[in-house]
Design a protein around this ligand. Structure first.
Ligand code: PEP
Ligand code: MN
Length: 337
């Protein structure tokens, strides 16, 4: 439930309502707008009498929230959230591009790619050090060495860094080296990992599960936020459908749907959704046009010899051509880039 206070309600009145709710054993989440403050109530609201609350003179109204996710819910937090990642941010004012190889392969490879993506306008370097591959015989990642190379490339270029984590060990290593952690599609409903990501203190990019509905995805985000970590960014990366022409089906309608349901920033991954470098630029432009807050794009110095996801990786030339072509789209939606 949400308690909406009257415009310009006095601090003392807000505090009185908060104390009343907390004394009943429920948690509160305060969201202060320019004029109106709303108080989110988390827990079993049957312990609260609606009438008792309405007796507080500066309570305007009570709004029930039917969704099971509360902290991720836009009703609790009407203004869009901005998530800081290293020296950059993801939110409503700019377009943030995360780019880099699918997997960190060598220190030199990563450094070359980091410089190229920075030059073309990316502000976050992506690179997998723990690779959840479909086959156990495929390249599994450099693990902690890969994280170290990410840190070095980040420091050399000024880019913020993001790495996927697949276990508690990986989280404990990642916090030493990178600015943001990623929970991949295959782990979106690994609730133990979500809780540990919430405790890590780092911002978390939560990819949509291969077969997850939007509500399941938002409940997964709730697991992270409920651990006291509000810095969650959602990433649409395509879902399984009957279509085989693309690797997955990019559900771009998730962007406007999520805008109605959540305050969390939303980015789109046209690489893993299409699986083909030819389809990445048009879907990247479409994602910006539908007002995504950012993009995640795989870029490789030599896609033909990449250890993973070469077919969907952009060359440096294709990536810099794309970022130039994105500019008119960012202007239309009023984002800095
Ligand atoms: C990735 O970003 O490296 C990745 C494996 O993506 P996804 O979890 O979306 O498949
Ligand atoms: Mn990949």
């Amino acid at each position: 439930m949400i308690i909406v206070m009257k415009p310009n309600a006095a601090e003392a009145s807000i505090n009185a309502v908060v104390s009343f709710v907390q004394e009943k054993g429920l948690q509160t989440h305060l969201s202060k707008g320019d004029e109106v403050t709303i108080i989110g109530v988390i827990g079993n609201k049957s312990k609260l009498g609606d009438e008792a609350l309405l007796r507080f003179p500066e309570v305007a109204k009570l709004v029930p929230v039917t969704e099971s996710y509360k902290l991720a819910n836009k009703q609790f937090h009407p203004d869009p959230s901005t998530v800081k990642v290293g020296n950059t941010e993801i939110g409503p004012n700019n377009l943030t591009i995360m780019a880099g190889p699918c997997a960190v392969e060598t220190n030199d490879q990563l450094m070359v790619i980091a410089k190229a993506v920075k030059e073309a306008g990316a502000t976050i370097l992506r690179g997998g050090a723990y690779k959840p591959r479909t086959s156990p015989y495929s390249f599994q990642g450099l693990e902690e060495d890969g994280l170290k190379y990410m840190q070095e490339a980040g420091q050399a270029t000024g880019l913020a860094t993001i790495c996927e984590v697949v276990s508690l060990d990986a989280i404990n290593a990642a916090v030493k080296y990178v600015d943001m952690i990623q929970i991949g599609a295959r782990n979106m409903q690994n609730f133990y990992l979500l809780k540990e990501a919430g405790k890590s203190g780092l911002p978390v990019l939560l990819k949509r599960g291969l077969c997850a509905t939007i509500d399941e995805w938002l409940n997964a985000a709730e697991y992270i936020i409920a651990e006291g970590n509000p810095n969650v960014v959602l990433c649409e990366r395509g879902i399984r459908t009957y279509e085989t022409a693309t690797r997955n089906t990019l559900d771009l309608s998730a962007v406007p749907v999520l805008r109605e349901k959540t305050h969390l920033p939303i980015i789109v991954d046209p690489s893993h959704s299409t699986g083909n470098y030819l389809y990445v630029p048009p879907m990247a432009k479409a994602a910006v046009a539908c007002n995504a807050d950012g993009l995640m794009i795989e870029v490789h110095n030599d896609p033909a010899h990449a250890l993973s996801d070469g077919p969907q990786s952009l060359t440096f030339d294709n990536f810099s051509k794309l970022t130039k072509e994105l500019r008119p789209f960012t202007q239309i939606v009023g984002r800095k880039f």
